[in-house]
Write a protein that binds this ligand. Sequence first.
Ligand SMILES: [Zn+2]
Length: 329
Amino acid sequence: MTRKAIAPLSALFAAATLVLSGCRAQTAPTAQASQITATPAAQLSTPAPVGTGGPAFDGARAFGFLKAQCAFGPRKPGTPPHEQCKSYILTNISPYVDKTVTQTWSYHDDARHVTLPLTNILGIINPQAKKKILLLTHWDTRPTADQELDAANKKKPIMGADDGASGTAVLLELARALHKQKPAVGIELLFVDGEDWGPGEDKMYLGAIHFASNPGEWRPDYAILLDMIGDKGLTVYREKSSQLMDPSLNDTVWADAGLLGYRAQFPDAPKWQISDDHDTFNAHGIPAIDLIDFDYAYWHTLGDTPDKCDPKSLQVIGEVMEKVIYDAR
Ligand SMILES: [Zn+2]
């Protein structure tokens, strides 16, 4: 993914945020006064967090998936670690889903004179369900550490512990939970390839483009993208293009995060506008949002390694996704 440098939309949201803050500041004192006089003290205390409605999500198990992917090495398309990671995902998803579908294709990069073997992996739960929710993440990793300062380091591939492995880890653990207790709707867990090839955006999001152009019977009602959600001190702000394209889905996610007691990890405010796989889905008429913690100092550097990540972050994301899924009808 890349950070959008376009200003007008950001300015628009900044203006909207200011207006909203102004409204709140004016109304809040009155509401508090009436609550204090009319409501018994017991009802004023913060309500206990609700459950997800599903089985316990195991953040430690998810973190094991993150470390295992990194143990293969950088998952740069066309290399043995990429191939090994594909087998690893298939092995770990297949026992827990009703159906596994792969999309394989080749992508030729003229500038690098290389043809990449790419694979999207789709694990489907309740394939007959009319309503389908898709969760996606990319499983490939960036071949170039563009954000390094040293020219030689810029050419090296990144480990992608947060940028690649974290979202993949959450989806793999979610599969186990969803198998234990089937949701009321169809769930599609999509692992896309070639998201981070680049270096420019004209050569990124390859797997999302391939799927969104060829979804066949697996076209979902809407999609949620998980990207860079495993870092320590997780803070996921509302991504601005997601907010523009599907505000109601964003509302659901942020409300659920609050109900679960994770407001600190999901501050209810917009921050970054990120170009990512969700844009491709939205462009193909599939509403999609991006859950991403872009405040990560190791983005596209050689420092994106498992020690910068935290099982607790995967736990929070996993539980929020469970609540969204088990509440869906
Ligand atoms: Zn990336």
